[in-house]
Design a protein around this ligand. Structure first.
Ligand SMILES: [Fe+2]
Length: 320
């Protein structure tokens, strides 16, 4: 298995993004904003305090209630602060760019039609030029001595086996949602990722996707998840971002930051977009979304009967 990973990863690095050369000393990482422009605004304001040389987005930025606000804010902030930007596609960007998306429900995948509707809604709020910019982002890339990927390098180099076999081959690489790297892996479960890093000479692996920030370290190599800069899933509602200081080494070089923001801004975005397909899926979705952003627990927790085995352990009042 390790032989196959080594061979493919070299190919994907070249095909997917090449090598980014930069002299950046302080770097901010964000990911998984999921259309929450209010959360992203607070994160970017916090990043301003650290005078970073570079901003790296690890994907899943635009699928959510305010894709227009997110892309406008992101591009204006990059231009205003003269910060080098590197973008990596997440599964949500891949959905956005999937060809023949209207055919996906034909494959009988129960999640395909709802997701396709959400993606259509978000795509209609972005310009062709903005979509072309997003298309230019790779799925995986080498940055200095770091691997940048949204979910997991092993997902990305094994897409043909990891993705849903019901999909046509031309859709598999795009319309793919793997588990990524989770926050609670045992040392044994972390091992394939560290082996990949060793074989490819990476000191760092930065990822997102889990919406839970964490750092794993082994023998000087570091795996870091940025968490979510807008839609946390770790029971902490505060959006997260990560600062890398390349003048330091190992896990010492990384700090995870959480920021508070005015939640009424995201409540308003939810109320202003009642036709966002997720909000129309079933009664109570707007409340469930608001409670997600208020608690850092996924919206399904707040729909009665949807996750019967999950116990939140506290009450959340309805939100106006
Ligand atoms: Fe993701």
């Amino acid at each position: 298995m390790r032989q196959g990973i080594t061979g493919r990863s070299k190919y994907v690095d070249i095909k997917g993004g090449g090598i980014v050369k930069t002299n950046a000393k302080k770097v901010a990482f964000i990911s998984d904003v999921h259309g929450n422009s209010a959360g992203l605004e607070a994160v970017l304001q916090d990043i301003e305090h650290y005078q970073v040389d570079e901003l790296i987005s690890l994907g899943d930025m635009f699928i959510g209630v305010d894709p227009r606000g997110v892309i406008t804010l992101l591009r204006e902030w990059i231009a205003e602060h003269h910060v080098h930007f590197t973008g990596i596609k997440g599964n949500a960007e891949s959905y956005l760019l999937t060809p023949h998306r209207e055919q996906l429900p034909e494959y009988g995948l129960d999640w395909a039609e709802p997701v396709a509707n959400i993606v259509d809604w978000c795509e209609s709020r972005l310009t062709k030029e903005e979509l072309a910019w997003i298309r230019s982002w790779p799925l995986i890339s080498r940055w200095q001595n770091a691997c940048l990927v949204h979910d997991s390098p092993l997902d990305r180099i094994q897409v043909e086996t990891a993705s849903n076999p019901l999909l046509r081959p031309e859709h598999r690489e795009w319309f793919f949602h793997g588990p990524g790297i989770a926050h609670d892996l045992s040392a044994v479960a972390q091992e394939p990722f560290f082996a990949y890093m060793e074989e490819n000479d990476y000191a760092y692996l930065f990822c997102g996707h889990s919406h839970q920030p964490f750092v794993y370290e082994k023998a000087g190599r570091v795996i870091c998840s940025t968490g979510s800069a807008g839609a946390s899933l770790d029971g902490n509602w505060r959006p997260a971002w990560v600062l890398l200081d390349t003048s330091l080494g190992g896990a010492e070089s990384i700090s995870i930051h959480r920021v508070e923001y005015d939640l009424t801004k995201i409540y308003r975005l939810i109320d202003e977009n009642p036709d966002y397909p997720s909000l129309m899926e079933r009664p109570g979705m707007a409340q469930a979304f608001k409670k997600w952003y208020t608690t850092g627990y996924y919206w399904a927790v707040f729909i009665p009967g949807m996750l019967p085995d999950f116990e939140l352990g506290f009450e959340v009042e309805d939100i106006e």
